[in-house]
Ligand binder design. Structure first.
Ligand code: GLU
Length: 315
């Protein structure tokens, strides 16, 4: 069943003549590292090459993972990189009411249901392992077992294959029931899940194009499913190759990736050059300063040159 459960009513004014609107959506869990720089640069270039807008969203719902000062540090680093964003910064923790409204709409339509299961119970009752561990066995699908109380809210999936055409990776297909199962949209710790918040925000910010790391490729079918259930438009997607360290781990705070640490704008140039090389783009002239380098990169931007496979960098 499809329905327009959530009215598509962006609260902020957007320029509707713009037919491309992208976003960069870092979680403020630490400083930007090379992997997040690649996502920011690719998104910014793709938006500018299309004559569109590029918005900044701080994904700070997962409060235990937030680090004080990280959001400001990210903003400062983007400024020094020359990657200016359009409009106000969208901060998820100020938008809780919109996620609540989306969850209420899913519940009212019977798409979301309360679940009492702990992680351990799911693991022991599950019959098979999906892309993110044991698939939820459906214990609470038709009601909470007697004497149990609600921990989380899950969204029902069904027996269909979700497919989309990624601009870098090509055709992607996932069978939600087999590979993921009914998934959590409101967590046992009271936090709205990333999958729900990102879908609500992409609609509220009128995002037409998502450019992000391929670590989120597996999440996209869940997001397409939620967009379908909520009657929201689905953006186009481009999933970038991941920057890995020598142990083939994704660069992240957890793997101690080096921070993009810029004390002035000129320090941005080597980082931007390295990111452009990683993205397979034409190298800018040797003597180009930051702004000339970025202008050159917009003119020569080619998504077709981005490799589809991950690669190792000196992180
Ligand atoms: N906040 C997510 C991250 O930092 C990105 C979400 C997205 O781009 O959809 O990995």
């Amino acid at each position: 069943m499809t329905g327009r459960l959530l009215a598509h009513t962006p609260r902020r004014r957007h320029n509707h003549r713009v037919n491309y609107r992208g976003r960069f959506a870092p979680s403020p869990t630490g400083a930007l590292h090379f992997g997040s720089l690649v996502a920011a640069l690719a998104g910014w270039l793709d938006a500018h090459a299309a004559g569109g807008e590029w918005l900044l969203r701080i994904e700070d719902l997962d409060t235990p993972r937030n680090r004080p000062g990280a959001a400001d540090a990210i903003r400062r680093t983007l400024e020094r990189l020359g990657l200016a964003w359009d409009g106000e910064v969208h901060v998820q923790s100020r938008e809780i009411g919109t996620y609540r409204a989306a969850l209420d709409a899913l519940i009212a339509a019977g798409h979301a249901y309360p679940c009492a299961c702990t992680r351990t119970e799911v693991a022991s009752a599950s019959t098979h392992v999906g892309i993110e561990g044991p698939v939820y066995p459906g214990t609470c699908r038709s009601g909470l077992p007697p004497g149990r109380s609600v921990r989380a809210w899950r969204v029902r999936v069904d027996d269909r294959t979700i497919a989309f055409d990624d601009r870098i990776r090509g055709r992607i297909e996932q069978h939600l029931e087999r590979d993921v199962g009914d998934f959590v949209v409101h967590r046992a710790d009271g936090i709205f899940a990333y999958q729900l918040a990102v879908v609500v925000d992409d609609a509220a910010q009128c995002i037409t194009d998502v450019v992000r790391g391929a670590d989120l490729l597996d999440s996209t079918p869940r997001q397409l499913w939620l967009q379908h259930l909520l009657g929201l438009p689905s953006p186009r997607h481009a999933h970038l190759p991941l920057a890995l360290n020598a142990q083939r781990q994704k660069l992240s705070k957890q793997t101690f990736a080096r921070a993009v640490d810029l004390d002035h704008a000129d320090a941005a140039v080597p980082w931007l050059r390295q990111a452009l090389a990683f993205l397979g783009q034409v190298p800018p002239p040797i003597d180009a300063g930051r702004d000339a380098l970025l202008a050159f990169a917009i003119d020569h931007w080619s998504i077709a040159r981005i490799p589809a496979s991950d690669s190792i960098v000196d992180g």
